[in-house]
Ligand binder design. Structure first.
Ligand code: ADP
Length: 146
């Protein structure tokens, strides 16, 4: 069974994330959308709020499982039997960052492969950071939210 983990903060989940998951679904038997918990990070939404949102967004997709994890992503993948990581690329700075992480994960994750999907042009400007800034400034972020 081909299992991929799509790890992220999803603070909050955007239509850029959901588009990526939908495009990855035909490639895998199961896609685990997993919130990575980093205790040093300050989040806008609590883990419960983010989990609830993900569960709602993917409720009708039988291939998607929602989960959360602490610690190394590579260890989490091993624990759920996933051989693939899914990540999105919006621009060159995503690439620079993701390239290093992917190479590290291939070593520490025992040949864990990262599959990158390039974001659709209409979503490449969307990030959770921008959404948080809009919400923080009292704006309407709904065009970017699933
Ligand atoms: P992290 O804190 O791990 O970067 P995010 O929730 O910000 O978590 O992002 C998770 C993944 O989703 C990353 O691979 C990121 O590049 C990808 N992603 C985020 N926004 C978009 C988008 N608009 N289009 C494509 N991929 C995206």
């Amino acid at each position: 069974m081909k299992v991929a983990v799509f790890p992220g903060s999803f603070d909050p989940i955007t239509i850029g994330h959901t588009d990526l998951v939908e495009r990855a679904c035909p490639l895998f038997d199961k896609v685990i959308v997993a919130i990575g918990i980093n205790n040093k990070k300050q989040y806008l939404y609590s883990l419960d709020q983010r989990m609830n949102r993900l569960n709602k967004v993917f409720a009708d997709n039988p291939k998607v499982i929602v989960d959360s994890f602490e610690g190394l992503t590579a260890e989490y993948c091993k624990s759920v039997g996933a051989r693939y990581l899914l990540r999105g690329l919006r621009n060159a700075s995503d690439f620079d960052y993701e390239k290093t992480i992917s190479q590290l994960n291939q070593i520490i994750g025992d040949e864990l492969e990262t599959l990158f999907l390039i974001s659709r042009p209409q979503y490449s400007h969307i990030s959770s950071t921008i959404v948080r800034e809009i919400i923080g400034a009292g704006g309407d972020a709904s065009p970017f939210l699933p």
